[in-house]
Design a protein around this ligand. Sequence first.
Ligand SMILES: Cc1cc2nc3c(=O)[nH]c(=O)nc-3n(C[C@H](O)[C@H](O)[C@H](O)COP(=O)(O)OP(=O)(O)OC[C@H]3O[C@@H](n4cnc5c(N)ncnc54)[C@H](O)[C@@H]3O)c2cc1C
Length: 542
Amino acid sequence: MEAINRGDGILRLSFFFFFTMSSSRVFVSSTILFVLLYATCSGAFQSKATIFRLSRTISKATAAAVPSRTLASMSMSTNSNGNGESIQTKKIGVIGGGAAGLATARAFLRENELNQNTQYYVTVLESRDSIGGIWKYEDQTKTEKNRPMYRNLRTNLPKELMAYRELPWGSDGEASYVTHKDVLEYLEAYANKFDLLKCISFGSSVKQLTVLDDEQISLEWTTNTGENGNVETHKETFDNVCVCNGHYARPAIPRLEGLDTFHGNIIHAIEYDNAQPYAGKTVLCVGAKPSGLDISREIGLVAKHVYLSDSACDKMQTFGNVSLMPRMQSVDENGGVHFSSPRSAEEHVADDIDAIVFCSGYDYDFPFINDESNLELQFTPGERRVQPLYEQTWHARCPSVSFIGIPHSIVPFPLCEIQAAAIVSQTRQQINGIPLPCLSDRLAAASEDAASGGPNGARVQETHNLASHQWDFCRKLAKISGDYDDEMEKFIATNKAIYDRSGKERKSMIPGGDDVYRETRFRRDDENQSYEILYTGTKSTV
Ligand SMILES: Cc1cc2nc3c(=O)[nH]c(=O)nc-3n(C[C@H](O)[C@H](O)[C@H](O)COP(=O)(O)OP(=O)(O)OC[C@H]3O[C@@H](n4cnc5c(N)ncnc54)[C@H](O)[C@@H]3O)c2cc1C
């Protein structure tokens, strides 16, 4: 961290220029600086982050030539502004430009607008060439499909709930359950409104995160140069790194006896695009969470028969051409698939299955965090648990590394927004909300959380399953950031009211049955912590 006059890249460059010119050994550097200064003044560099990066590069380039006392005095001379106040500058690295990464970038840039004492320079490293993360659907039917978004997906939450607090969705009265294209457009509108694109570096794939001894964090990433598939490696050091890489990239498939002998086609939902390949076939979908329910319904429209297996089911039940089955246990030597529940003596065998689609979720994965990272982070495949995390957000030992969007069974956009604000609050010189507790308390809380299986106190796999606890989680984080007030309470309570209503409607859906809940249209009523229903589907079962 270093102190300079507030956000004044031009002034900073002037100082460099002046001092550099006084050293005859660095005439070339001075010339470069002059050009940069001119470009800056003439508006060629739109972003402060760009100026900051350039000045950093130049300060490194000139460091060898300028005596260290001169550098120190430069630093002192830029230490205070006209009012004698010092300005903190911090470099923030954000990994990922999906919904979580955008909310995080916005939270830091917002702070630049509000806080006179700290200046953040935010760099979002996004491996793809666009924002939006999973919401950017690409037709991959002719290539290997490795993205979870599929062609006909509509949201399973109403848009009135999915909005960030800073940008209500608009299009009041239109469909509440929207397409992936609508969500991507919303995220693009958010990025444009808050001018986030200026700090995103596209095509930048983070390969290594390393915590350095002085708690600075180094990130190493690659970019394609576009020539002969050449790759360039970059390395930079940050004061804080926010990990927003999502958790829908590493498919989880249960290990089941005999599965490798199954004669038919097996895929994970990440490879699913549309139902056409299953026309006339008998298909098993494993997992009846939102994706499993949607995919089995889509396939059911064209398939001969669909089995939908879920561990919550005790007894086979058939609705039209979809049979809800207990947990899939094994595949026998004849290709028969066995289903049973520990709560029932019944066993079912289906020997007519042509294909299996595993809708069995994803494991957390951080390919850039490893033994060299100097950051103990456990995320064992199959456990679906990341530890040690304080409040599911900060690395308990090294809170300069934080994780946004780890909780699941939640409303991701607003929760990420609240999480991001809490993270920002802890990097301020003066914390308005609640400072994080000391190291030993953070570690104790993190280990209790990880051992108890999260707020639901269930299996380790449920550690990040917040569900009905998400509202108190949001309140807690909003208190940490100092943002908790009547308006925030109304926002959270309204979200809860809509979430409960839409969840009740969704859960009343018959497997493979009509998608009626998606016809409901909501209007928020934050003042009364409630909502209006503008339209409902004709066959609603609530
Ligand atoms: C099928 C499906 C349906 C869903 N439906 C809904 C819904 O209806 N409503 C809802 O609110 N939520 C839904 N979700 C949850 C959804 O994941 C969240 O809404 C949200 O998009 C998560 O955003 P994210 O930024 O955490 O992750 P992602 O969207 O996955 O974004 C992560 C970003 O990080 C980038 N990245 C990853 N690794 C690196 C790296 N090493 N270097 C640089 N960049 C990297 C990726 O390219 C990506 O752009 C759904 C999820 C799935 C899978």
